[in-house]
Design a protein. Sequence first.
Lengths: 446, 446, 446
Amino acid sequence: MKATLKLAGTASLALLAAAGAALAQDTAAAPEAPQYALASETAYIFNTLLFLLGGFLVMWMAAGFAMLEAGMVRAKNVSMQCLKNITLYSIAGLMFWITGYNLMYTGVDGGYIGSFGPYAFDAVGGNALDTGYSTASDWFFQMVFCATTASIVSGTLAERIRLWPFLAFTVVLTGFIYPIAGSWQWGAGWLNGMGFSDFAGSTLVHSVGGWAALAGALVLGARTGKYTANGVHPMPGSSMPLATLGTFILWLGWFGFNGASQLAMGTIGDVTDISRIFANTNMAAAAGVVVAVILTQVLYKKVDVTMALNGALAGLVSITAEPLAPSVWQAVFIGAVGGVIVVFAVPLLDKLKIDDVVGAIPVHLVAGIWGTLIVPLSNSDATYSVQIIGIVAYGVFTFVISLVVWLILKSTIGIRASAEEEALGLDKAEVGIEAYPEFGQGSQRV
Amino acid sequence: MKATLKLAGTASLALLAAAGAALAQDTAAAPEAPQYALASETAYIFNTLLFLLGGFLVMWMAAGFAMLEAGMVRAKNVSMQCLKNITLYSIAGLMFWITGYNLMYTGVDGGYIGSFGPYAFDAVGGNALDTGYSTASDWFFQMVFCATTASIVSGTLAERIRLWPFLAFTVVLTGFIYPIAGSWQWGAGWLNGMGFSDFAGSTLVHSVGGWAALAGALVLGARTGKYTANGVHPMPGSSMPLATLGTFILWLGWFGFNGASQLAMGTIGDVTDISRIFANTNMAAAAGVVVAVILTQVLYKKVDVTMALNGALAGLVSITAEPLAPSVWQAVFIGAVGGVIVVFAVPLLDKLKIDDVVGAIPVHLVAGIWGTLIVPLSNSDATYSVQIIGIVAYGVFTFVISLVVWLILKSTIGIRASAEEEALGLDKAEVGIEAYPEFGQGSQRV
Amino acid sequence: MKATLKLAGTASLALLAAAGAALAQDTAAAPEAPQYALASETAYIFNTLLFLLGGFLVMWMAAGFAMLEAGMVRAKNVSMQCLKNITLYSIAGLMFWITGYNLMYTGVDGGYIGSFGPYAFDAVGGNALDTGYSTASDWFFQMVFCATTASIVSGTLAERIRLWPFLAFTVVLTGFIYPIAGSWQWGAGWLNGMGFSDFAGSTLVHSVGGWAALAGALVLGARTGKYTANGVHPMPGSSMPLATLGTFILWLGWFGFNGASQLAMGTIGDVTDISRIFANTNMAAAAGVVVAVILTQVLYKKVDVTMALNGALAGLVSITAEPLAPSVWQAVFIGAVGGVIVVFAVPLLDKLKIDDVVGAIPVHLVAGIWGTLIVPLSNSDATYSVQIIGIVAYGVFTFVISLVVWLILKSTIGIRASAEEEALGLDKAEVGIEAYPEFGQGSQRV
């Protein structure tokens, strides 16, 4: 629970500082003892540094999504995915400042929404020791989570959504949907009050992105020719090494995603917990890969590299709701189930004729639900009933609002490229620049 | 102002330590009180860690330039760009040790140049607490800035410059031009004495690189067939995903570039400032992207992905001269103008028949001038007149010396590949290894 | 010497803390003085943070190997290299927990092997200040070294080894061979007792990986058609930019590899040493590049970009056995010889008809031996005789055991793809997904 942890982090600072002060003075203690001040200052720097480190690692995940998606779409749509990814990251940065942060974190008070208005950073040379960390570092760290949510949507809808409606949805998602939903838990809103638990965002980030993507996929429809009378027509991605690179980038960034969600590094307890989180996060991803590799070998007699990559991501999403409490065995189990989910959910979606170009719905939505549901296995503060309430609440809210927004966009500016544009490829139709002008015949093939 | 900040950083350490010591002792205080020592030691570690973190992030920018350029040149010249980028980074490392660091930072004393000779790092187990940070960490951090300058030149001159004259210029640039020019400001030279302000190098790094590139482009001439009687012949880059990856790498590295230019992290004021810098840096880049996307849509009816990428970079360069003082609104404005600059300066250069393969001159030179010029908007210590003096001084010095060096190289070993080599591609002509031997017909096309 | 340094690090913490305590009390001193506790806590956080930073940087090297190998194999085998690299990293994570860590680090006591059984991390909120760092952070950092060893093998055997025998070998290598061999030195085993010196693993990681790869290459044989009556048939890699990206990733990761092998950052002496290590590591790599560039120009009249990349890596491997003690001049010399080694060892291997697809044996084995051998040049605690004993011991053990394992795998499940599968490419034969389905005719060419 990010919000709770944040409070706990700050509280523990105070406690520890107090303990330090107590320790410092065997008998009578002055609360303003020098050790207190010193511990607070050092802790402030460590906490802020954690946000900055975690922040740049999660920012790097934007590149990971860009590469994963660039590798998983056909050559004629690669420039478009690149363009969408760098632009959505930019929009998230602007919107999470204009409305997002305050909607999510300011004055939620057990309710359903924060307050409106742009966020104000620390002054230059800020010296507000009592916050426990720099507010700008916190903003930066929370902003990159918001951007991650938007990245998830981008992959599912690739190869047939037009640029501008996608960007318009991104504005709504990053400026309103994600922050309002997020306020319920990390903003210390009603779900947090009930005891819902989602450490780093299996639900708040990944499922929210997944629900928004699912709503979009339903409104948008499948790519032309994907589902035929003769079954599913494969449309293989243009570059497996780029997809692999993207996955490695995401895996790396996830250490910041989960690790820095501890929200404090100024005590040995906190930094030790961050270390556990690093190890558990890696274990879950590793288990997701190994399970996906073995399962695809058994089921299909060949090892599908895209399943191995998505197995890693599903393991990572699964452990994200609770990367701290699990024992190593539990982390391996949680991630391994994530790997199983991907192997079965990807073809299931195709059966339902829901066209998810990169497998983002299995990875982020389904594994996100699994990860959130299983929290009580290792964390006794969480209960299955409240976890289900949270999962349903986030699902209903995000899916319904997203559906409405997609439908409005569809009925106004339109969201889908024309059949000719889709056949030509969005790179030529909307970007004007081919991704690989000298290789193959991207736009003529498939 | 890096030099000033560096002194200020160290000074503030001492002040803060003194304050801590004062706090520690309600009444009479011994300056060598234990809290003082402790604070200094912790601050030393934080400061050094900042240089190491910033250093590896900026080192990573060398890979960003390599990928950006590999994606923006045609397939027949990709191996050459890869080779140039890893070699120029290596040369910068060697030259900034042999002559660079001391020319830039040692004994400038308000003058125009430092002293000659290789730089000496700390001894093993170095314990010189009074410096406030490890000297080797400082060297490493400053070295990667020097390498960045050389990376800028590489992109502009791609596809027709030969390897060895380029490397020869790199030796002069990284060993002499950049350090001598840099000494004027960050080495506490004459411009620093006048009150010139360039926090992280809009001018010292980016414009200097841009001026050197411009001089080279003028001496070298455009690629054969680029400017014809029928107008500008487009020569599209071979891989948009690699260009996108490069841009994301540069964006990530920029947090180190600007953030660690605070030069100290051992006080809460410093780490809070670093956080502001992270947020402002991200805001400016985001604004640059969004503006470039909107502008190209309006102007060309299609969104040019290379403009979006260069918009990010121009936003980053623009905010680099002063990433700390601006409010968020100002950071957005500064970055947005960077985006405008790129959209208009790229075709303007083509009108002038200056062939800049990756758009480095608009991004690094023009946006660098803009960023430096606008510092007084947010930083009241700077004045427009002194900023202009600095911009002109750096421009004249770098452009003239670079021009002379390029002309000498041209008249001695020659700098340009023959028409046949250019048509064949530099990969076959000089590297002997094609970048993509199995794809397309790189060397036969365009 | 990692183990020794680890002890030294902890010891120096205690010493420094004690010194702090002594300083704190001008006259009589209580050892449990508040400054002692504070210094230890701050040092604990710094030490743990170093492991986490170093750990994620070295984890990132897994992506570096993946990209390097994806770029150096032909298009028809790229998906397979991607799959192998993400899977081997996952296996290493699981095995280094199940058996590896304890075999390497627990209860070696001057002997030849540690104890069996999975490793237990810190409890949540762990507070064991006396260890000096979080045990989970240490596990994470050591695990990524284990993974690096497996990555080395992957490149050499590419394009003809089947997936499952490779993965089976990886299980043995990461779960048993690497940890048992590692215990001799970093686990405070017999070689450490003799005074062998290998700071960050020129021998323990790189040569061990190289010996295992050499054994595999001998058992597996060369690619069909590589060595013909008419000489060596070149099989150029499919993507030089990916190979370049991989090299830059490895270079970046190496700052974590060597820097964090200092194993402590909680004193100014330690962080100063880490800074020296950063600088020396960069210098050696830079020298390796420059020498390889010059040598290939002189020898072949063209500058081979793959040699420049391998020059960087060889410089990095060479400095890894002792990145702290050398002066800058010595670091340049050590790395430069690494560059020479690569330029001559790559064709030599071809003469011996040992088919090493990416040049891993020259880079990791031969340069690893060189780096280990030259330690006494700068580190007076090491002697040439003991260094040779260590090199031979690691070589004999790793090569013989690896050979046995490869031979067992060959005679049971078989290790080599059939001639048809090899011609078709492993992507179609075993992965079922082509790396670049729209480009060129990967599987029909070469």
